[in-house]
Design a protein around this ligand. Structure first.
Ligand code: SF4
Ligand code: SF4
Length: 92
């Protein structure tokens, strides 16, 4: 049970400092979550702290590939608009 960081990550560092398990580290080309350390914050917080602070949509997924912050969820921009303007091309 672990979350993963996708290619949408912009290496902003925000998530690394809030992880209770020190599971997030800078890597190339973007930050990565150590699946051996990630507990999805169960027992520490009510919600995954990395996803709660991440400002980038579609940058963090669960084991099934489901986005914690789906396209449009943070900006409020409808997905159809994101597609229309080339800002979203579909699942990573
Ligand atoms: S879900 Fe929690 S434990 Fe897992 S990487 Fe994110 S902040 Fe760390
Ligand atoms: S908070 Fe989001 S964009 Fe920033 S480093 Fe973490 S995953 Fe990447």
């Amino acid at each position: 049970m672990a979350l993963q960081i996708t290619d949408a990550c912009l290496n902003c560092w925000a998530c690394a400092d809030v992880c209770p398990n020190d599971a997030i580290a800078l890597a190339d080309p973007h930050f990565l979550i150590d699946e051996r350390k990630c507990t999805e914050c169960l027992g520490d917080h009510a919600e995954p702290q990395c996803a709660a602070i991440c400002p980038i949509e579609a940058a963090i997924v669960d084991e099934l590939g489901v986005y914690l912050n789906p396209p449009g969820s943070l900006t409020g921009i409808p997905v159809a608009r994101l597609v229309e303007f080339g800002l979203w091309k579909g699942a990573a």
